[in-house]
Design a protein around this ligand. Structure first.
Ligand code: DQA
Length: 143
């Protein structure tokens, strides 16, 4: 069974209480559950993680590169400014799908730039938590 990392950046553990009009009412635990269930259906061993710490996210990108692990990544606010994360992800050795719950292009100007997209296999945004389901399906076709 292929192992897949689902990595989440800052503030995403607060799903459910954080701006529910933008991110919905479902919690981070609901997201973990959804990803695990989708993984089980697809025959993927999904491991969901979240951090508010850029150094931790860079370390996980290194781990994925060293272990040739496919990644679904919601970089959250790191998307828009973290060149350290860009450089870590550029070392990837397996597919990387960038996901967003909201559609950043339909929001404030600063969200229109992603420093991650250029090193991702592809991006899925704007479908709520279903963005992760679509990303896991996309990964499955790539593995
Ligand atoms: C987000 C969009 C980002 O602009 C924002 O900083 C987030 C969440 C999303 O999933 O829609 O934290 O990545």
């Amino acid at each position: 069974m292929s192992r897949v990392l689902v990595l989440n950046g800052p503030n995403l553990r607060r799903l459910g209480t954080r701006e529910p009009d933008v991110y919905g009412a479902q919690t981070f635990d609901d997201l973990v559950d959804l990803c695990r269930r989708t993984g089980a259906e697809l025959g993927l061993r999904v491991e969901v993680r979240q951090t508010d710490d850029e150094a931790q996210m860079v370390a996980w990108a290194h781990e994925a590169a060293d272990e040739r692990l496919p990644v679904v990544l919601n970089p959250a606010a790191f998307t828009h400014y973290s060149y350290a994360l860009h450089d870590a992800l550029a070392q990837r050795t397996a597919p990387l799908i960038e996901v967003h719950i909201s559609n950043p292009h339909a929001r404030e100007e600063f969200r229109h730039t992603s420093v991650v997209s250029s090193v991702a296999t592809g991006t899925i945004a704007g479908f709520g938590l279903n963005s992760y389901v679509l990303a896991l399906h996309a990964l499955k076709t790539l593995l």
